[in-house]
Design a protein around this ligand. Structure first.
Ligand code: DGY
Length: 328
């Protein structure tokens, strides 16, 4: 008998066909007025789950007694309770690598658009305000040759460092759990404590995954360390930053601007003070959102899920302990 897979995200016809060939596939729409109810209803018979952007907590998953594996179409796995999944020997898989370069591109889109005021000035042209050659008050800041501080030097941090070093001739500073000699050699990068990095960099780019240790890693004390001419970029998770402190620092013009792809609450509420700040470029969590990369992530998630459900170790297993416990 085929195992039952619940997809809480739409897949391309080719990937849907692959899932259907290997499993009994049920698609549930969690974006409608009933919220998560369709997913909850499907959980009692589920062996596999595949999707993204839904917090699958213990309370919800207790309704899925036969669950063997979850394939998240994301690299981040802050929507899952790892201890709980491992206790139940449920395998959790993510989609690393495939999105690295695209997310690094997004970081640079935010760096360039904040520094060169691209959104603000494009709106200025559209509004018909371009009546004479641009005056100094509307000039931007240079990116090339400046100092880029990367908080979190994983795959994405390293792809950003490569762009900064080779593409823009930037000096690379970084902070991570421990120094990374390979990165230092490759990009002439220099390790700094978080405080040092925040006070030295012209562009601060946050790429750490969300975890209990990184929740509100950057708050009022940290924002006070930024140089007045610096820019703050967040492409990781909104909760890594104390958003109230960020708004306060931006309103007081403690630093020059922010490029934000992620927020404490998503979608960003329409009354967020961030939307009234001209020195903020806010994008709707588009880090990996290109056609090619999202299809690649979906393919990777399908590969992971089908491997897990057929008893094979999935390529991108997050909770290895669950696999080891299973084989005991
Ligand atoms: C991820 O994969 O975690 C990105 O944030 C896109 O959701």
């Amino acid at each position: 008998m085929k195992k039952r897979v619940i997809a809480y995200k739409k897949f391309s016809p080719a990937l849907t066909a692959r899932l259907q060939e290997a499993a009994e596939l049920i698609y549930v729409d969690v974006t409608g007025t009933h919220g998560l109810a369709p997913l909850e209803d499907a959980l009692p018979d589920a062996h596999g789950l595949i999707g993204s952007s839904v917090k699958l907590n213990a309370e919800l998953l207790d309704k899925a007694p036969h669950l063997e594996a979850i394939a998240s179409v994301s690299v981040g796995y802050d929507n899952y309770d790892l201890d709980y999944l491992t206790r139940r020997c449920i395998l959790l898989c993510n989609t690393p690598d495939v999105l690295t370069e695209t997310v690094a591109d997004t970081a640079f889109a935010l760096i360039l658009s904040t520094a060169r005021r691209v959104v603000e000035l494009a709106n200025y042209v559209k509004a018909g305000d371009w009546q004479a050659s641009l005056g100094e008050p509307l000039f931007g800041s240079d990116v090339h040759g400046k100092t880029l501080g990367i908080v979190g030097m994983g795959r994405i941090g390293s792809a950003i460092a490569r762009r900064g070093h080779f593409g823009f001739g930037m000096t690379i500073l970084y902070n991570s759990h421990s120094p990374k000699p390979d990165i230092e050699r490759e990009f002439a990068a220099q390790y700094r404590s978080l405080d040092q990095l925040l006070s030295e960099a012209d562009f601060i780019c946050v790429t750490v995954p969300l975890s209990p240790e990184t929740t509100r890693l950057i708050g009022a004390r940290e924002f006070a360390l930024l140089k007045p001419e610096s820019f703050f970029i967040n492409i990781s998770r909104g909760k890594v930053v104390d958003e109230k402190a960020l708004i306060d620092a931006l309103q007081k013009q403690q630093f020059k601007g922010a490029g934000l792809d992620v927020f404490e609450k998503e979608p960003l509420p329409a009354d967020s003070p961030l939307l009234n700040l001209p020195n903020v470029v806010a994008t709707p969590h588009i880090g990996s959102a290109t056609h090619g990369t999202r299809e690649g992530m979906a393919r990777c998630a399908v590969d992971n899920l089908l491997a897990a459900l057929s008893g094979k170790r999935p390529p991108d297993l997050v909770n290895r302990e669950a696999w080891e416990r299973r084989s005991q």
